[in-house]
Design a protein around this ligand. Structure first.
Ligand code: GTP
Length: 470
């Protein structure tokens, strides 16, 4: 049985994305918004899905998400609770009594996180008590506001400190170029330090790429977070498809991410998805039927990525794809061979495309008009640094002038000056440099594969020989 995963949603973005994630999981597992089975189980036919990793089930067959929702102001959490009456465990919801938000200040969010840390860890401990084979966490947050970034940063530190053996993944939303708030580069750099030091894998999204994609997917120039969040939740649900509809491979977070993260420093991943059919988004456009061949190749097209990349010479370190639908094995083999010719892999990497054939949920409406294949791609590439370099540039511009630092001066991390900023900037620079070094042929030469250099629990999961590649 796959291990249990606790989802922690922090701040407005975290909770709004989380709302769509749970909505998608409910559809895929035939669960109503109040946690009841939509179609009663037939005692003679065992379920083919595994709800246990993401849901608790009580003796009256009611499902409750293994989720924790945190925010400093109530509206996003209230919206989730109103949309899913009696679905979430109220003991796992925390909203600051002051209800005023962090006002986009990382420092304020971090200090709240620090003050409430024991409470949050208690919540997590209680949630872990309700598991049998606890596997790890996934955090959903934005890196740019005050709560998701600051409180989220404090939680990342606290979780990796208290539960070092459990996997910690993050779904981290970066702001668009047109930052709404001038201090966003500060918040982002401070949060990135925690992502670099405390998470095992971070799937990076950015609102530029998401908003561009939504215009195309929904054919609507008036895009909104409602749209972007459906795209993120499509990726999230597909990443976990092999855990929730298990087969013999990729049935845990470490088994998926160990194919993608060659060294602990290189753990910032790009997601691509296509096409966004009605299985994943509401009100999306109609598609012609397609094949696994089309989808697998399209996944590597920049226009289908959920993060902007501005690099002509993208170097791939690792890739992992999940295909769901009417997949012909021969199409997959053909596409893999074509993609391997096209993609520029780092000389030390195995140049393999790890492909998981996922299962379409039996609870989704039957496909009538066309048959579709949908695909998700996760890749670890040098191109992720263009986003980080851009953030560093914006950070340097304001920090070199000592601009807008007032919001931070009362924070506990800044009592002795601005070292936290310089250290965080350095940590991000190290990530950028590590990615550049990984483009070189001799990158792995100095790395001894000791336990501490491995990701998560490696027992029998690491695919060093590429044995489980189609
Ligand atoms: P405070 O508002 O300061 O308490 O922090 P917060 O973490 O709640 O802020 P929020 O999550 O709103 O973070 C702001 C950043 O997240 C900005 O870059 C927004 O564009 C982005 N953002 C906010 N909500 C969403 C959302 O639902 N989806 C997406 N994709 N981005 C969002």
């Amino acid at each position: 049985m796959a291990g249990e995963i606790i989802t922690i949603q922090v701040g407005q973005c975290g909770n709004q994305v989380g709302k769509h994630f749970w909505s998608q999981l409910c559809r895929e597992h035939g669960i109503d918004v109040d946690g009841q089975n939509r179609i009663p189980d037939d005692p003679n036919t065992p379920r083919s899905d595994d709800t246990n990793p993401f849901f608790k089930q009580n003796d009256r067959n009611r499902y409750t998400p293994r989720a924790i929702m945190l925010d400093l102001e109530p509206s996003a959490v209230q919206d989730v609770q109103n949309s899913f009456p009696d679905f979430f465990d109220n003991r796992n919801v925390w909203v600051s009594p002051e209800e005023s938000g962090a006002g986009n200040s990382w420092s304020k969010g971090y200090d709240y996180g620090f003050a409430q840390q024991e409470k949050f860890l208690n919540m997590i401990d209680k949630e872990i008590d309700a598991t049998e084979n606890f596997e790890g966490f996934q955090l959903i947050h934005s890196v740019a506001g005050g709560t998701g970034s600051g409180l989220g940063s404090n939680l990342l530190e606290a979780i990796s400190d208290r539960y070092p053996k459990n996997f910690l993944a993050s779904y981290s939303v970066f702001p668009s170029d047109e930052s709404e708030v001038v201090i966003q580069p500060y918040n982002t750099i401070l949060t990135m330090r925690r992502l670099a030091e405390n998470s095992d894998a971070s799937i990076v999204f950015d609102n530029n790429a998401l908003l561009n994609l939504t215009t195309r997917v929904f054919r609507d120039p008036y895009t909104s977070y409602l749209h972007t969040n459906q795209l993120i939740s499509a990726a999230m649900s597909s990443i976990t498809n092999s855990i929730r509809f298990p087969s013999y491979m990729y049935n845990s977070l470490p088994s998926i991410f160990s194919t993608l993260v060659p060294t602990p420093e290189l753990h910032f991943l790009t997601a691509g998805f296509t096409p966004f059919t009605s299985d994943y988004v509401s009100g999306g456009k109609e598609f012609k039927s397609n094949t696994a061949y089309d989808v697998l190749l399209d996944l590597f097209d920049d226009s289908n990525l959920l993060v902007t990349r501005q690099s002509d010479g993208t170097v791939y370190f690792n890739t992992y794809c999940t295909l769901v639908g009417q997949v012909e094995q021969s199409d997959v083999l053909k596409a893999i061979s074509k993609a391997q010719q096209r993609l520029n892999f780092a000389p030390w990497s195995s140049s393999s495309l790890h492909v998981n054939i996922g299962r379409r949920s039996p609870y989704l409406p039957p496909q009538t008009k066309h048959t579709y294949v949908s695909g998700l791609m996760l890749s670890n590439t040098s191109a992720i640094t263009s986003l980080f370099r851009g953030t560093c540039k914006m950070f340097d511009k304001i920090f070199s002038k000592g601009a807008f630092l007032n919001t931070f001066k009362d924070g506990r991390m800044f009592q002795n000056g601005w070292d936290e900023f310089t250290e965080s900037r350095e940590a991000v620079q190290n990530v950028v440099e590590e990615y550049s070094a990984a483009e070189q042929e001799n990158y792995l030469d100095d790395i001894i594969l000791e336990d501490e250099n491995m990701v998560g629990n490696q027992s029998a999961q690491l695919d060093a020989d590429g044995d489980d590649i189609i």
